[in-house]
Design a protein around this ligand. Sequence first.
Ligand code: HEC
Length: 149
Amino acid sequence: MKEKWEQREALKKTLLVLLALFFFVFVLWAQNDQPPAKAPAPEAKASPADSARVNPVKPTQESLNKGKKTYVIDCAMCHGDKGDGKGDMASDMKNVTDFTNPDALKNRTDGDLFYTIRHGKGDMPPEGDRAKDDEIWNLVNYVRAFAKK
Ligand code: HEC
């Protein structure tokens, strides 16, 4: 009889220890789950100097052809072959810029567009170091041309 009682007490103790352990793990997990304080990404926005940058590449047919080459590979899946913002990946995103709308880029300088393409914006990934400056300027020219067609 006494043996049984001892067994039961041991079981209770084990359960209590387990419970405490669960609680402890839960507290740790809950702490981890809190969103980390997010510092704004450095240079998330174009500085006045970035905006003021002048496009050194004239929108010649050659520039547009080069821009198109990169665009088809890196941009069309979101912005669409026609620049209307309806690429295959666009359905997951709310606000892919429609380049065929003349108002879309009206208030943007070439420097702004350069900055967005280089650094990304919202859901748009950055070109980063993949592209040389001239390639990005070609893209700026190509993207602007959609509204003129
Ligand atoms: C993964 C989808 C995606 C890809 C790939 C992508 N974009 Fe975008 N792009 C977006 C979205 C979304 C926006 C709107 C961003 C915002 O305003 O928050 C945008 C905005 C822009 C704008 C407008 C910027 C402004 O200042 O309003 C330009 C120009 C642009 N993209 C060019 C490009 C070019 C050029 C490429 C290829 C090198 C490209 N994008 C690739 C999703 C994409």
